[in-house]
Design a protein. Structure first.
Length: 487
């Protein structure tokens, strides 16, 4: 008879198989009997990262490092979390030390450090670190970073390097990352047909089947709830204060708005915070559905709200009165948010649907959670679904909200910044007009654009790919044009 499985082996097995919720329970059981064993806290952090709960992982790692501040795995994970949460200086300091060590995690630390420097636009440091060499460059991911350095001065050569990775690397994730890096470079130098064809190929090869009908069905249920009126979706918790969030799809212009507002001393951007998704999962775990929103007990609603508010506060800059959540999921859960998070101020950001679609199609998105970005047809259907409930849902549910059309924001940023600040009862501050000076790192697909002054360069980008859009897009385009307030 084989010996019983140890807690460490059980946790590792569950993590390796992707059973993150089960791993959490095993870690909690270990922590309950042995809170000073860092394995439980580290395992818990890994499970929460697997579930996308970055703030929870952050808290777990604080506990692990209190047990042993020198533990290399905990320091690696903390560096990764610091990066995800925008604490760049802390991440660089921690990862630099670990990368230079003899720890078994030094290669992973070096790779994470290179990624952090790249996305934080510390390009001189990034170039110097890559060109200084080291054993980490022999890792399969090393050529990706070398190609990114080359791209600054030799885009065609970097494209060939990236295509080689995309064609020959064993890792599907690395093939996808390198491939979409090549797509972006092809687009940048005007090789539009090649960019489009490569993106289509990458989606076909690396995006698994996605339950599009399930997503659209959930939006249909939301429409049905909204038709019943706000009286069927009453607030079940106390009003929150100091919480603002984006309502809109990816590539709508939310990063620009966030960087502008985050430049105001009273507003702290918290990035694409996972709080809405965690809240929705916690609600689903109660066994209730959207039809039951009016019957949520006050205590349950307040508990759900506290979970969001607590983790958002961990990310808020010291001294700020408002957190600005650039979530891309809020639009899918508006009735739930109205029930659990009344008082939230919403900024509905909309952009030409064709510009959004081509930007998403040519970009790296998570192939599981955002598999609907893999084709022009599925993109159109999701954009249609979003616009079938917005902005009317915000009105029906009684949210304090501000509509923002991206093209108008770019044309008159001063007026739109004032509107947003008025909505938050804050005075105008001219720093919001220079988002390119914002030192806060951006780990989104807009990380390049927001380092430039506000401009209209991306407006009308879809015309470079006009062959991809048929008459099925006309109604969406016409409706968006009707929203414009400026010529």
């Amino acid at each position: 008879m084989p010996p019983p499985e140890t807690p460490a082996a059980e946790i590792e097995r569950l993590l390796a198989s992707g059973a993150f919720s089960q791993a959490l329970r095993s870690c909690d059981a270990l922590i309950k009997v042995a809170p000073r064993i860092r394995l439980g806290w580290i395992g818990r952090a890994r499970a929460n990262l697997g579930l996308g709960r970055v703030c929870d992982a952050d808290a777990d790692l604080e506990s692990a490092l209190r047990v042993d501040e020198s533990d290399p795995q905990a320091n690696l994970l903390r560096g990764m979390v610091d990066q995800r949460l925008g604490r760049i200086d802390a991440a660089v300091q921690r990862l630099t030390k670990l990368a230079a060590s003899s720890s078994q995690y030094n290669i992973e630390a070096a790779v994470t450090l290179a990624e952090t420097l790249y996305y934080a636009h510390r390009r001189a440091e990034f170039k110097s670190f890559v060109q200084s060499g080291g054993g980490w460059l022999r890792d399969a991911r090393g050529p990706l970073f070398m190609a990114r350095v080359r791209a600054r001065d030799d885009a065609p050569g970097a494209i060939e390097d990236l295509l080689h990775i995309a064609r020959h690397e064993k890792s599907v994730v690395l093939r996808r990352v390198a491939g979409f890096d090549a797509v972006q470079l092809l687009d940048k130098i005007g090789r539009y047909r090649e960019a489009f064809d490569l993106a289509a190929q990458l989606h076909a090869q690396t995006t698994p089947p996605f339950d599009l009908e399930g997503l659209l069905g959930a939006i249909g249920e939301q429409r049905a709830l909204l038709r019943r009126g706000a009286t069927s979706i009453p607030p079940r918790a106390d009003r929150v204060k100091g919480i603002a969030m984006v309502v809109g799809l990816p590539r709508c212009g939310s990063t620009l708005l966030e960087q502008m507002l985050d430049s105001h001393p009273a507003i702290s951007g918290i990035g694409e915070f996972d709080g809405v998704e965690v809240l929705a999962e916690a609600f689903a775990s109660t066994g209730r559905t959207g039809r039951d929103l009016g019957q949520i007990p006050h205590e349950v609603a307040c508990q759900l709200q506290r979970g969001y508010v607590h983790n958002a506060a961990r990310l808020r800059r010291s001294g700020a009165e408002w957190t600005f959540d650039k979530t891309l999921k809020a639009w899918q859960f508006l009735p739930l948010l109205a029930t659990v998070m009344p008082g939230t101020v919403c900024f509905h950001v909309a952009r030409d649907p064709r510009d959004m679609a081509i930007s998403m199609l040519l970009s790296f998105f998570h192939p599981l959670s955002n598999g609907w970005t893999a084709s022009i047809e599925s993109l159109r259907r999701v954009i249609e679904a979003e616009r079938s409930i917005l902005p009317e849902a915000l009105e029906t549910l009684g949210f304090s909200h501000e509509p923002i059309v991206y093209e108008d924001l770019v044309a008159d940023p001063q007026a739109h910044a004032k509107r947003c600040l008025d909505r938050l009862s804050l005075p105008m501050d001219q720093r919001v007009m220079q988002p390119e000076r914002n030192s806060r790192a951006v780990f989104t697909l807009s990380h390049e654009q927001v380092r430039s002054p506000i401009n209209a360069l991306s407006i009308g980008r879809w015309r470079n790919y006009s062959w991809a859009f048929d008459q099925a897009w006309d109604a969406l385009a016409t409706a968006h044009a009707a929203r414009r307030t400026l010529s």
